[in-house]
Design a protein around this ligand. Sequence first.
Ligand code: ATP
Length: 240
Amino acid sequence: IEAVPETGSTNADLLARLPAGELAGPVLRIADVQTAGRGRAGRPWLSAPGASLTFSLAWPFKGPLQRLAGLPLAVGVALAETVASLGVPVQLKWPNDLMKDGAKLAGILVETGTAPDGVLWAVIGCGMNLTMPDEMEARIGRAVSSAPWLARMDRDELVALLLSRLAAVLAEFDDTGFAPFRERWNALQAWRGQPVNILDHGAVRQQGLAAGVDDAGRLLLDTPAGTVAVLSGDVSLRLA
Ligand code: ATP
C-alpha cells in the first residue's frame, strides 16, 4: 500500500510501472488529491484535498482479456456493497458509476496492460466524493453527490473496508468472470425499468428501458424490437 499526498493520476502511476515489470504483486496506491485524474476516454475526474477518496489497485489476472469487460461492474458491486454496509445506500449506473440521490458519487476506471512476463494486469481506479466543495461542483458542471457520513470516518478504516471486499471480489472474478455477480449488480441498478438513451459521442445511438445486465456485463435494453445487449465501449447512459 502506497499513500502519497498528491499525484497526477494513481492509475497512470501504476500503469507506467507495468512495462518494466516493476509490479511483483497487487499494489494499492492512494493519493489525497490527483491533479490529472481521469475517467473514461480521457475525460477529467476532479478531486480536492480532504474532500475526495482517490486510489488505484493494480491486480494480476489469469485472463483472457475479453473477460475483463465485466470487471468495472464487479468492482462497482464491491464498492457499492461496502458503502451501503456503512449506511450510505447507492446504486450502480452502467457501466462504471456509483450514484447517490440520482447523481454521481464515485467513478470507476479500469485500464489493462501486460507485464514483460506475459501476465495480464488490471489497474482499477476509483474516485469517490466524500464532500463536494462548491468550487469543484462548479467546475464539474453537472449534478454530483457526496457522502459526508463517510468523510467523518477514519480514512484508513474506510480504505481497508473497501479494499478487503474488493480483493475478495477480484479473486472470485478471476476464477469465474462476471456471471456470478450479475444478480448482485442488477439488484443495485440505477434507473431500472426506466427509459434511457445510449449516447455515442453525444448522439443517441439506442433507446429502451433499462433491464439489467447479462452474464458478460452488457446492458440489456427492452426495445419495441426486442431485447438488445449494449457493449460498454465508449458510450454513455442517460435518462431519456
Ligand atoms: P458519463 O458520466 O458521461 O456517463 P462516464 O460515466 O463514463 O460518462 P467518466 O468518464 O467515468 O464518466 O467520468 C468523467 C466524467 O465525470 C467527467 O466528464 C465529469 O462530467 C464527471 N466528473 C468529474 N469529476 C467528478 C467528480 N469528482 N464527481 C462526479 N463526477 C465527476
